[in-house]
Design a binder for this molecule. Structure first.
Ligand code: GRF
Length: 195
């Protein structure tokens, strides 16, 4: 197979997508991002993608705030297939991927989560870690299955939680780790899978 084509789904800032783009431009990751889709038409991730000349699209999930309706999943799968995507990378995508999309990309959707899964699944994992007074936490890149933040782990990195740091300070330190390990995890997954 030629160069692997990545499709990115994100709902927010897009700093993880930016980290993937930076790794590609530094020659550290021999893939290309061929499409970026978001459920949020105002998401910065779409502006970042457009700035790099990457095709973008908006996934209409109305009237739901957090549910990923089947029609929207089918639309997303169609757009990803049309773009020739080999591997789907969730980067701050805040809706649960379910059957229609999973079935179109079996073991071909990965996600990054700011905790050492299975600890602290779900939203604001960094805040959960601070509230739980965890001594350490970290970042997980995993294959997406039908659960929430479940699925086989591809790569994890652990960092200490400092006794007096705020959730925001911890999240900032976790994002530095995310930006370093997501490209590494993609490279590892691409090299060890039959992509
Ligand atoms: C990251 O912390 C990621 O782990 C979580 O959502 C955030 C997305 O950040 N899933 P960004 O949009 O990539 O900057």
């Amino acid at each position: 197979m030629g160069m692997i084509s990545l499709g990115i789904l994100g709902s927010g800032t897009g700093s993880n997508m930016q980290a993937i783009l930076d790794a590609i431009s530094k020659g550290e990751l021999s893939t290309r991002i061929v499409i970026v889709l978001s459920d949020n038409p105002d998401a910065l991730i779409l502006k970042r993608a457009a700035h790099h000349g990457i095709p973008t699209g908006v996934i209409d999930c109305s009237p739901y705030r957090s549910k990923f309706p089947e029609s929207a999943q089918k639309y997303t799968a169609q757009k990803l297939k049309e773009a020739g995507v080999d591997l789907v990378c969730l980067a701050g995508f805040m809706r649960l991927v379910k059957k229609p999309l999973l079935d179109e990309f079996p073991s071909r959707i990965i996600n990054i989560h700011p905790s050492l899964l299975p600890a602290f699944p779900g939203v604001a994992a960094w805040e959960q870690a601070v509230i739980a007074k965890a001594k350490e936490t970290g970042v997980t890149v995993h294959v997406v299955d039908s659960g929430m933040d479940t699925g086989p782990v591809i790569l994890q990195e652990t960092i200490p939680v400092f006794p007096d740091e705020t959730p925001e300070q911890l999240h900032a330190r976790l994002q530095v780790v995310e930006h370093r390990i997501y490209p590494k995890a993609i490279a590892r997954y691409v090299s060890t899978s039959t992509l």
